[in-house]
Structures are given as structure tokens and as C-alpha cells.
Design a protein around this ligand. Structure first.
Ligand SMILES: Cc1cc2nc3c(=O)[nH]c(=O)nc-3n(C[C@H](O)[C@H](O)[C@H](O)COP(=O)(O)O)c2cc1C
Length: 306
């Protein structure tokens, strides 16, 4: 079974991927947070940095594109190919209001005919393999019956299903029954994504779906970055967080901005430190770097880690 790191805007950028891979190898592929091609047909300096040449990093990564325009997708696919990538991922899952309002991300799921036309156009001309990351629909899981029929018409390298609908964002539970239905009816290989927080959960999935070739993990791997290499050692976690801080501070030219970035990680790491509510509340509120550092040190050296 292959293990993928889910794309997470604001968390799993190029700096993160480098540091994570250095401390905690074991991820087979990092899916990158999306970029949105524009009519200008130019990457912004930030997008340039976020899309390093594929052979410049010591792990496999796959870029993700968010667009509803087939020409823009094909342009982005060529950019990815030129940088040495062998696959590009289409985002059909982003639930954000502004994205969906423009018919992008999970907004692409609202109209199966439009999705079909888009896929027809991109598969006809794509210079590179296409994988898709999708939800079950916008409002109701039953929307997926018609959507899978559309996906089945195209040679999608891998269809990653996050079995929630857009309305749920990340709340409620993932719909295992609908994934089961998709498993029985998909013409393309499937990858499961959603709420995996331990290797034993991944193993259960493999039992339930023999032959499942991959799972994608997001929040679980932020909370337990060493999950795929035998577990997260607390001292290693401390060094990893320190190195992330240093790398972000250098990239942003500001330790304070680096601190805000790392607070996103702490939000998900908190579950590993039972009884740490007060310290974590102070951490969330802190805006001073010195205070932040001393709270982090207190977390690492006084709290139980599970
Ligand atoms: C902060 C955040 C940012 C995300 N950014 C992206 C993204 O750029 N592209 C994408 O396809 N999914 C994105 N997702 C969704 C995740 O890839 C994943 O589908 C979701 O977190 C469920 O998986 P998990 O339960 O393993 O975390 C994001 C999720 C979160 C919480």
C-alpha cells in the first residue's frame, strides 16, 4: 500500500515537505496544495518557488491544479511536465465558499455535464497523467452516482475520494458506504482519503478493500508526523518543529510570521498532549516570539505526550 501526504494549503508547502521528509521519511508521495492558473499564463514568484523542479527534491511530489477552465488546466499540466513531474492532480474537492462560487474545486461537482465536458477536453490533449481528488458531491452523497459515471469515462491515473460532501467541509463522518459503492463501481484505481490517524486504521482499510493501492493522509500526519516511520518521538518532534521555525523564518524574513505558520501545526498537535489545554490556550493567544518559544518549551518538557 502506498501512503500519500494530502495537499494542505497553508501547511504542506515546499519548505514543510523538505523538513518533514528529512525527519520522517515514509511518505510515498506528497500531493502539493493547489495552484490556480490565470489568464496571464505566468506563475507568480511564489508559485515558482512552490513548484521546484521534480528532480531537485529527494522525494516524489505531485502538483495540484484548481481551475474549471480546460485551457488553463492544459497550460498548467505543461508547466508541470516541463518541471519534470509525471502527474498532475485536479482539485474537485475544495469546499471554500469563494472557490465553489466560481465553479472550481468541489464546485465542479455541481453539474456532471460540465465536468464531463471539462474532462473530455483535458484528456484529449493532456501531455501528462491526470489524477483527480474529489468529494462525493455538493449537498448529498447520492450525487456521486452520476459523478462516478463521468469519472469512469476517462483514464484517470488515480481517483482519490474524500467521502464527504462539500456542505460538510471537514465535519461529520466520512461515508464508508459510499466509498464501498465507488470501490465496486470505479473503472479507475481508487485512493481513500479521510480521517486516518494511525497505521492500524490504514491496515483496516486494506482489509476492507483488498487491493486498495493507496491511502492519503492529511491532518493525521500533521498530528503524528512520524506515523509512517514507527511513530513520532517527542525529541525528534521538538527538533523538527525547531527546524520548521528556522526554515520558515529564513523564507519569510520574519520569525513572527514563521510563528503564525507553526501555530497551524500546533492546532493539530494539541491532541497529542492531553491535559495541555491551558498551555495551548496561551500558545494560541501569544503574539510575542519569546513567549511563544517558552510556551513551546514548556509543552515539550512538562506535558505528557501520547
Ligand atoms: C488547512 C487545510 C488545507 C487544505 N488544502 C487542500 C488543498 O490545497 N488541496 C486539496 O485537495 N485538499 C486540501 N485540503 C483537504 C485535505 O487534502 C484532505 O482531503 C482533508 O484534510 C481530509 O483528509 P484528512 O482527514 O486525512 O485530513 C485541505 C485541508 C485542510 C484542513
Amino acid at each position: 500500500m502506498k501512503y500519500y501526504f494530502a495537499p494542505m494549503e497553508g501547511l504542506t508547502d515546499s519548505i514543510f515537505r523538505q523538513v518533514h521528509h528529512k525527519y520522517f521519511p515514509g511518505v510515498d508521495t506528497y500531493y502539493m496544495p493547489f495552484f490556480s492558473p490565470t489568464v496571464h499564463r505566468r506563475l507568480t514568484p511564489r508559485e515558482e518557488r512552490e513548484l521546484p523542479a521534480a528532480d531537485g527534491v529527494p522525494f516524489r511530489a505531485v502538483p495540484q491544479v484548481l481551475t474549471r477552465d480546460s485551457d488553463s488546466f492544459l497550460w498548467a499540466a505543461q508547466v508541470c511536465l516541463d518541471r519534470g513531474y509525471d502527474e498532475v492532480n485536479l482539485n474537485c474537492g475544495c469546499p471554500s465558499g469563494t472557490v465553489v462560487a466560481k465553479g472550481k474545486g468541489s464546485g465542479m461537482l455541481g453539474n456532471p455535464e460540465t465536468l464531463d465536458r471539462f474532462l473530455g477536453e483535458v484528456f484529449e490533449k493532456t501531455p501528462i497523467a491526470i489524477s483527480v481528488k474529489t468529494r462525493l458531491g455538493l449537498e448529498a452523497p447520492e450525487e456521486f452516482y452520476a459523478l462516478l459515471e463521468v469519472f469512469n469515462r476517462y483514464p484517470i491515473r488515480e481517483l482519490t475520494i474524500h467521502p464527504r460532501v462539500r456542505r460538510q467541509f471537514y465535519s461529520g463522518s466520512a461515508d464508508g458506504e459510499m466509498f464501498q459503492w465507488a470501490w465496486e463501481n470505479s473503472a479507475n484505481p481508487l485512493c481513500f482519503n479521510g480521517d486516518i490517524s494511525s497505521p492500524s486504521q490504514a491496515a483496516k482499510l486494506q482489509e476492507a478493500f483488498p487491493g486498495l493501492q493507496s491511502v492519503m493522509i492529511g491532518r493525521g500526519l500533521i498530528a503524528d508526523p512520524g506515523m509512517l516511520c514507527g511513530g513520532t518521538d517527542i525529541r525528534l518532534l521538538e527538533s523538527y518543529m525547531a527546524e520548521l521555525m528556522e526554515a520558515y523564518a529564513a523564507a519569510f524574513g520574519s520569525s513572527r510570521n514563521a510563528m503564525f505558520r507553526l501555530k497551524e501545526h500546533w492546532g493539530l498537535l494539541q491532541s497529542r498532549f492531553p491535559g495541555g489545554e491551558k498551555l495551548f490556550k496561551r500558545l494560541r493567544k501569544s503574539t510575542e516570539l519569546g513567549e511563544y518559544n517558552s510556551i513551546c518549551s514548556e509543552i515539550f518538557h512538562t506535558l505528557e505526550f501520547k
